[in-house]
Design a protein around this ligand. Structure first.
Ligand code: NAD
Length: 368
């Protein structure tokens, strides 16, 4: 008999432990897994003085997949450049596990279209994927202070751009459904100003020749930020560098009406373990109150099953269960639209009902 997949759980800080414990229950309901829980982030700084120990990184490298909650919080906020910071754990994990492609699907659940800050006719039909480069750019370039100035350097190599471009084109190919639409990659840069962006545009254009069936267009990042809110349904796959992707994926997140709904996957070379985590942070403002929305973490567990373990049917079960409980009207506080009906009516047979993390998790387990 083949061994159970080994999943390292990194609950992290704030609401992280609450939502990861809930996701563990969902995974346990689906099959046999070997779980290992480890410290990463602020909790690891408290215990070991660093956000990510070498030992935890080795555990993650040796796992079949890693599920992360979120890290950070006011306790570890500091302007001292030498003090350890929780995000160093995230950056160290991405670098140490060779994770260079971050995939963030944005497809508002039908029951939540009304929760979007955009008008329904704008958001309807949105189904896009942001593919963000994760290990290069300004977050990893040389930085420092001299006197009263500071600098951060943005650098990209041809190799780094080629592999993320291929990840984007391949994702577009995989997403091409039976609707007859040609898959499209929109590459986002700032080529009118930045030299790294001019290299980016050149290399993405070259790589696109390997994927003749995928259409390619280019957008400047400021224009992309606007188009995302004015015509989100027109996007298919967006490929962009680290800093622009960080910002655009949070903007896309808002299209769904709640950060609490968005999963993500970070992938490296084929066969290496991926890292799966909700897009949102550690939400220290609501930590410990039992009201955190666990759905983004459930959907991250679904991505773990599909992209990390090749178990798409179980991933689909989680996704269908999440849609089902939303269809029943269940909402964590962050999802409540403010028009909660008191009782079912013929016009609204499944009015919104506010629930906490525990009840939402029980409902998803029941719907699996
Ligand atoms: P955040 O995503 O933690 O919270 C933003 C807002 O969204 C808050 O009002 C929060 O209550 C709400 N929210 C987020 N997730 C929710 C959920 N699952 N259910 C219900 N409500 C939810 O972002 P922030 O406030 O900017 O950052 C808080 C901390 O998280 C900071 O220390 C930051 O550095 C860290 N952070 C970590 C990650 C990560 O671990 N990947 C990502 C972003 C921010």
């Amino acid at each position: 008999m083949s061994r159970s997949p080994r999943i390292v759980l990194l609950p992290g800080d704030g609401i992280g432990p609450e939502i990861v414990a809930a996701a563990r229950r969902v995974l346990e309901a689906l099959g046999e897994f070997e779980f290992e829980e480890r410290l990463m982030g602020g909790c690891s700084i408290d215990a070991h003085g660093v956000a990510l120990t070498d030992e935890v990184l080795e555990d993650c490298r040796g796992a079949d997949a890693v599920l992360l909650g979120a890290v950070g919080g006011p306790k570890w906020d500091t302007t001292d450049p030498d003090a350890p910071r929780p995000e160093q754990g995230l950056l160290g994990l991405r670098k140490g596990m060779g994770l260079y492609a971050n995939l963030r699907p944005v497809r508002p659940s039908p029951a939540l279209v009304g929760a979007s800050p955009l008008r329904e006719e704008r958001i309807a039909g949105t189904d896009l994927l942001v593919v963000r480069e994760l290990t290069g750019g300004i977050y990893f370039g040389d930085s420092g202070r001299a006197g009263d100035s500071a600098h951060d350097t943005c650098e990209y190599s041809v190799g780094e751009i080629e592999r993320i471009a291929r990840a984007g084109f391949a994702a577009a190919q995989r997403r091409a459904g039976g609707d007859g639409r040609r898959p499209r990659v929109t590459s986002v840069d700032k080529a009118n100003v930045l030299e790294t962006s001019r290299l980016w545009r050149e290399v993405v254009g070259r790589v696109s020749e390997e994927y003749p069936e995928v259409e390619l267009d280019h957008l400047l990042v400021d224009n992309a930020a606007m188009q995302l809110v004015s015509r989100p349904a027109d996007f298919d796959v967006i490929v962009t560098e680290n800093l622009f992707g960080d910002i655009l994926s949070d903007e896309s997140a808002m299209l769904t009406g709640s950060l609490g709904m968005l999963p993500s996957a970070s992938l490296g070379e084929a066969g290496a373990p991926g890292l799966f985590e909700p897009v949102h942070g550690s939400a220290p403002d609501i930590a410990g109150r039992g009201v955190a929305n666990p759905l983004a973490t459930f959907l991250s567990a679904a991505m773990l099953l599909r992209h990390g373990l090749g178990r798409a049917p179980e991933a689909e079960r989680i996704e269908a269960a999440v849609d089902a409980v939303l269809g029943q009207g269940l909402r964590t506080p962050d999802l409540v639209s403010g028009t909660v009906a008191q009782a079912p009516t013929p016009a609204d047979p499944t009015p919104e009902r506010e629930v906490g993390t525990g009840e939402m998790t029980d409902a998803v387990l029941a719907a699996l």
